[in-house]
Structures are given as structure tokens and as C-alpha cells.
Design a protein around this ligand. Structure first.
Ligand code: HEC
Length: 101
């Protein structure tokens, strides 16, 4: 009985599911501005992000969110960054790095 209880507690403590980059990409509207596959931006002065280095993409997203990066059209992007937390940003960075440029 005690053993079963420990297993149950361990299951409850595990995160529901690791953040799913592909799902987040559409759920959080990234596709609207960067294109469904990250290589067809809405505007000519919006970046293609497909195939970008994961670490770089993560850093840029964190900086745009915090306001440390506020150049160019960052304001457009900043508007949605409250929708994603650090873990989701990491999952998104990983996802876009694997998209075909
Ligand atoms: C409202 C439009 C818009 C939405 C929605 C949006 N972005 Fe952006 N994003 C931009 C723009 C514009 C830039 C470039 C800002 C600049 O000019 O400096 C950018 C920059 C980026 C960059 C940095 C690119 C680089 O080369 O430095 C990444 C990575 C990125 N976006 C990923 C995402 C992800 C992931 C999402 C979804 C959570 C998202 N964006 C949602 C408009 C948007």
C-alpha cells in the first residue's frame, strides 16, 4: 500500500507533458507573422526563422520579451511574448531550428 502511494505521488509530480513546440507555434500565433513553416513571413521586413540556431532564437525571444532587444519591428513581436513562458520559448526555439529554411 505504501509503495502504491509513492508511485501515485511520483506520477502526479511529473510534468503533464513537455512543451510541444509544433503545437505552441500555431497556438501562440507565431505562424501568423512568421508563416506556417517559419520561412514565409507576413511582411518583407519580418524575419524568416526556419532553421535558425536554437540557442540564438531562444536568446532573441527572451530579449524581445524582456525589452533588452527593442530594435526594428521588435514591438510587433513583443506583443505576443507574454503568451509564452521560458520553457515554451525553449521548446519553440528547438522546433523552429528544425524547420526547413
Ligand atoms: C505580430 C507578429 C509576430 C508574432 C505573432 C510573432 N513574431 Fe516573432 N518576430 C516578429 C518580428 C517583426 C520580428 C523581428 C523584430 C525586429 O525587427 O527586430 C520577430 C523576431 C523573432 C525572432 C528573432 C529572429 C532573429 O533572426 O533575430 C524569433 C526567433 C521569433 N520572432 C520567433 C517567434 C515565435 C516562436 C513566435 C510565437 C511565440 C513569434 N515569433 C510570434 C513578429 C512576430
Amino acid at each position: 500500500m505504501k509503495h502504491a502511494m509513492a508511485l501515485l505521488l511520483a506520477a502526479l509530480a511529473a510534468p503533464a507533458m513537455a512543451a510541444d513546440g509544433a503545437k505552441l507555434y500555431t497556438e501562440k500565433t507565431c505562424n501568423a507573422c512568421h508563416g506556417p513553416t517559419g520561412n514565409k513571413p507576413l511582411m518583407p521586413d519580418y524575419p524568416k526563422i526556419a532553421g535558425q540556431n536554437a540557442k540564438y532564437a531562444e536568446r532573441q525571444m527572451l530579449d524581445i520579451k524582456s525589452g533588452a532587444r527593442a530594435n526594428g519591428n521588435s514591438a510587433a513581436m513583443k506583443g505576443v511574448m507574454h503568451l509564452v513562458n521560458d520553457e515554451e520559448i525553449k521548446a519553440l526555439a528547438d522546433y523552429i531550428s528544425k524547420l526547413k529554411p
